[in-house]
Design a protein around this ligand. Structure first.
Ligand SMILES: Cc1cc2nc3c(=O)[nH]c(=O)nc-3n(C[C@H](O)[C@H](O)[C@H](O)COP(=O)(O)O)c2cc1C
Ligand code: SF4
Length: 459
């Protein structure tokens, strides 16, 4: 499943345009089981480039994107809908405490109406955004300090508005339509909620008829770091790290959340499917999570941005052609700055992940006398190598490393134009060997160049 990922490809008007259609068609051609279109506003408040579902005028554009995806792929299509509060460059932000009962009633109405538009546009499902820094997540939060029936420490009160929204959406779209909920399994902030509360939310959502629960983490305003003059971006603190974990974090770090929530649901007799997301990039890890019953679906966001053909390649037995995400979060940085979201591994100038051109049959090759050079000095291993050849472009280079004679591991990648790499994660008392593997636009790999061995000075 492709979880929602804003593209910043729309204008501030929120209409679907050609770039958005092309982005989702590109994802669709990779044939994930389910694709969730990026968060779209249920209301008209300003928020830079963001899709909207806040009036009927958005339906034809959304329908055109749905039709374009369906014409190339059997992938099921969902749309995520979101309500958010106002923020200003000064650092001021509206809080849920500022909302009157009438404002809350309006939010409930807006969700119901937007969900109907999503169904009219032809999506298979609507997903209610209750995660991260946005309005419904702030109601669920343990930091919700309203003093009325919509807040306080009482769990039932914190659940009230999200439950009202889910019930309204169900009334509006009918019983024969799929409603998913995306929410945090853990807020990852001081005094925030953990998987304990999240498990109770799950049973309420399941009891109210949610069809799947997609578990995220963190992404809160409470620990975000303000850049003077810029709107507060809720993924700049530790909770932001937990939401979009970088290469510094282990794979699958948030799986214990979907696992705990799923167990709680099953113990209470609910079969509602649960989605795990967060640095799940290999078929081995995905299968292990599913086989161990720790989730029912695997969400894969940045890996599918880096290589939308991942599902198809795995299905066709070509795991060795996947272009791996390196989790350097350049895409996240682009989102933060309201720039068009793209992957740093794509060729410069490409608006979307490139396609494998017809006619290329051979894997990339190294020049006859090509050699990998490695030096270890001042705590850094510096690698240089010659350009490989390919029938079409050399798309990139995988950097592989083995420690003290151990297994080879992919540690990073370089784009096709780069013929050098610096490894800053080397310890001077460890023996390292490196290899470089060139890959083309189809992900076909060369034989490894190397190995080149280095050892630092004794400690
Ligand atoms: C650029 C970018 C935009 C995102 N936009 C959304 C969004 O609109 N809604 C949402 O629920 N999550 C959003 N996310 C979070 C992802 O859906 C996903 O949970 C997160 O990236 C972790 O999964 P991954 O490790 O597979 O990338 C976004 C992530 C990124 C990198
Ligand atoms: S920009 Fe970096 S983190 Fe984002 S998809 Fe590409 S490789 Fe992954």
């Amino acid at each position: 499943m492709l979880p929602a990922m804003v593209t910043r490809l729309s204008g501030a008007d929120g209409f679907v345009n050609g770039a958005i259609r092309d982005r989702y068609v590109r994802y669709a051609r990779g044939e994930p089981g389910l694709m969730v279109f990026e968060a779209m506003g249920v209301h008209a408040a300003k928020s830079g480039p963001l899709l909207r579902a806040s009036s009927d005028s958005f339906v034809p554009g959304l329908r055109s994107a749905v039709d374009a995806c369906r014409s190339v792929s059997p992938t099921r299509l969902a749309a995520q809908i979101i309500h958010f509060l106002k923020i200003a460059r000064s650092g001021w932000r509206q809080r849920i405490q500022d909302l009157s009962p009438q404002d809350i009633a309006q939010i409930v109405d807006d969700y119901g109406e937007a969900a109907v538009r999503i169904r009219e546009a032809g999506f298979d499902a609507v997903e209610l955004h209750m995660a991260h820094a946005y309005t419904l997540s702030s109601f669920l939060s343990r930091r919700n300090d309203r003093r009325d029936e919509f807040g306080g420490r009482a769990l039932e009160n914190r659940l009230r508005v999200p439950s009202m929204v889910l019930q309204r959406v169900r009334e509006c779209v009918g019983d024969d339509y799929v409603i998913g909920i995306r929410y945090d399994g853990e807020e990852a902030i001081k005094d925030g909620y953990s998987v304990e509360d999240a498990s109770m939310f799950a049973t309420r959502f399941a009891a109210l008829g949610a069809d799947y629960l997609s578990i995220s983490a963190g992404g809160k305003f409470e620990d975000a770091v303000q850049t003077p003059g810029e709107p507060l971006y809720p993924y700049t603190g530790y909770s932001g790290d937990r939401c979009m974990p970088s290469a510094a974090y282990p794979d699958g770090l948030n799986v214990y959340l979907s696992d705990g929530i799923r167990q709680a649901l099953r113990e209470r007799g609910f079969a509602t499917p649960v989605v795990a997301t967060g640095k799940i990039r290999t078929p081995e890890l995905a299968h292990k999570i599913l086989n161990e019953g720790r989730a029912d679906m695997i969400g894969m966001a940045r890996q599918l941005l880096a290589d939308p053909d991942w599902p198809k390649k795995i299905r066709e037995g070509h795991a060795d052609r996947v272009v791996p995400c390196v989790y350097n979060n350049v895409c996240k940085m682009l989102d933060e700055r309201f720039h068009r979201v793209r992957c740093t591994l794509w060729r410069s100038g490409d608006a979307h992940a490139p396609d494998a051109p017809d006619g290329a049959t051979e894997a990339p090759r190294w020049p006859q006398d090509g050699a990998l050079h490695a030096t270890f000095a001042a705590g850094r291993v510096r690698l240089t190598w010659p350009a490989a050849h390919a029938d079409h472009d050399v798309y990139g280079y995988l950097v592989l490393r083995s420690e003290n004679g151990g297994a080879w591991r992919h540690i990073d990648s370089a784009r096709g134009v780069a013929l050098r790499f610096t490894d800053v994660n080397a310890m001077s008392d460890t023996a390292y060997r490196y290899q470089i593997v060139a890959y083309d636009l189809a992900g076909r790999r060369s034989t490894p160049l190397g190995p080149a061995a280095v050892k630092g000075d004794p400690v």
